[in-house]
Design a binder for this molecule. Sequence first.
Ligand code: SF4
Length: 571
Amino acid sequence: MNIEREQLEMDVVFVGAGPANLAAALHLKNIVDEHNELVERGRKSGEKIPDLEIGIIEKGSFVGAHILSGAVMDPIAIRELMPDFLEQGCPVDTVVSSDAFWYLTENRRIESPVTPPPLKNHGKYILSLSKMCEWLGEKCEEAGINIFPEFPGAEMLYDEENRVIGVRTGDKGINKEGERKGNFEPGVDLLAKVTVLGEGSRGSLAKHLMQRLGLNEGKEPQVFSIGVKELWEVPAGNIEEGQVVHTLGFPSDTKTYGGGWIYGMKNNVVSIGYVTGLDYLDPLIDPHAEFQKFKTHPEVAKVLAGGKMLKYGAKTINAGGWNTMPKLYADGVLIVGDSGSFLNGQRIKGIHTAMKSGMLAAETILGAFTHNDFTSKTLQHFEEKVSASWIYDELYPVRNFHGAFQAGRWSALVNTGLQFVTGGYAWGFMPKEHHEAGHERMEKLSEYDYKGDDIKQRYPDLKFDKELTFDKITDVYHAGVAHDEDQPAHLHVLDTEICAERCAEEYGNPCQRFCPASVYEMEFNAKTERRELKINFSNCVHCKTCDIMDPYQLINWVTPEGGGGPNYKGM
Ligand code: SF4
C-alpha cells in the first residue's frame, strides 16, 4: 500500500510512557533549563540550547493504561528526579511497615526468622505503577512535553547509513483484510535527533533494532519471567496495610524459577501475584495456572478469604540483569528501562533502576545537544554513565542471580548466599558458563509421562471456582482488554503448519498454556481433520510471553491499532 505520510520534526522522541521514559523526558527538560540558566549567568561555558521539542508516544489509550507491576518502589531515583515528590502529589499507596519471607510447602509455610537482605523493603513504597505513571505524565505535560497516547511505535526509521532517524507510528483504520476503512488515518513519521526506546520488556522496536544492529552480540541471552497479578479487596483484618510478603516454593517445582508476592495496600486492597521464569522445562507449565494454584495454598487463601477479585493483569519482566544488557546505544538511539535489562531480579525491583537509566539517558542527550552530535560517538557516554552510577553497584554483584536458577532452586540458593562473599562469582552453580535463552530449554512432551497436551495432567486438582480461582477468560474480563476486532491480528505466526503438525506433537502447542489470556487455541478443523491454530487476538494483554517463549520463535508480536489493549488503571 502506497501511503503518503506526514512528517513531524522533533528533537527527541521517547517510545513508551513507562517510568524510564517519563523520568527521562522530565529530567531532560529540567537539566536543559538548568544548563541554559547557568550559561546565561556565565556560570557555565558553551551555548544555550534552544527550547527542545520533546515527544512521548504511547500505544495505550492513556498514560498508565498498559503499565503493570507489583509494586514496591525504592524511592532512590524519584528522590533524585524530584526531591519533594510526596509534596508534589506522587500517588504512593502506603509505606511498607513489615516484611516477611515464606517458604511454602504443599500445606505449610515456613517463615524465615530473618528477611533476606534483598527483600527488605521497610520504609519503601507500595504503589500502583499505573497511577504513578499517569501522574508523571501530568508532570511532563505541565513541563511542556508533548504526550501522544494511542500512538504505537510501529517501525524504526533509518537513513541510508543505518542511523536511526525516528519512528513511524501505526496506521489506524485498516480492516482485517488489510484494506483501508472509512476512518483510515496513516501513521506519522516522527523524525528526531535522538529516539529513546523505553517500551518495557521485549519491546517490539527494541527487538528489531537489536537484531538489525547486532546490539546483543557478545552478551548472554536475555531471560524473562512472567508476573500474573490480581488486585483484591478483602475483609478488614486479613492483612495489615503496609505488610509485604514474598514467597518461594509451592507451587513451583524445584527446576522452575518462581515465587509469589502479597502486598497489603490501603482500604483493605491486596496486590497478589506470582512470577514464573520463562525458562521452565515442562511444556505443560501454565503461568496463569501456577498463580491460581498459589492462591489455593492454605496460608495464601487465608489472606483472600471472604474477599473479591477486582482486577487482573499479566506482564513479562526482563530477568537476566547485567550480563544480558544489550549495547544501549547506536547512532541516533538509546535504550532504557526494561527494554535495556535494567531490572534487579534478586530484589524483584526495576522501577528505580528504570527511572535512573532514563535520567542518565537524559544527561547523555544534553551532552549530545551541547556538542551537536547525535552519533554513537556522543551517545556511547550513556553506558559510561550507567557504569559509573549506583545502577552498576546494584546490578553487577547480582549478575549471576537468575542464571544460577537454571541449575535448579537449591544450587541457586547456595549461589545467592555465596555471591555476597564473592561479589557475584558463580563457580559451578551455573548450568553452563552462560545461561541459556528460555525458549531453548523447553523439553519435549516425550521426556514426560504425559499422554497428550491436557493441562490437567500437570494441575490435576486445580478447579476454577470463580471465588478464589479464575479461568483465563474470567480474568481477562477483569483486565479491561479492548481491541477493535476489525483489524489485522497483531500476532504474526510465521508458519502455522508447524503449529498443526510438529509443535502439536513435540510440545503440545504450549502457546495455549503460556499465554495468560487465552489468545491461542488449537481448534479442530473438520476439513483437514486436525487441530489448527486460532488466534483470539482481541484478548491480548500485551504481556509479550508468546514472542519470548515460543520454542520455534515463530511468533512475532507487533503493535495493534493505537488505544487497544488492557486497561490497567489503578493496577
Ligand atoms: Fe501475552 Fe502473547 Fe497472549 Fe498477548 S498473545 S496475552 S502478548 S502471550
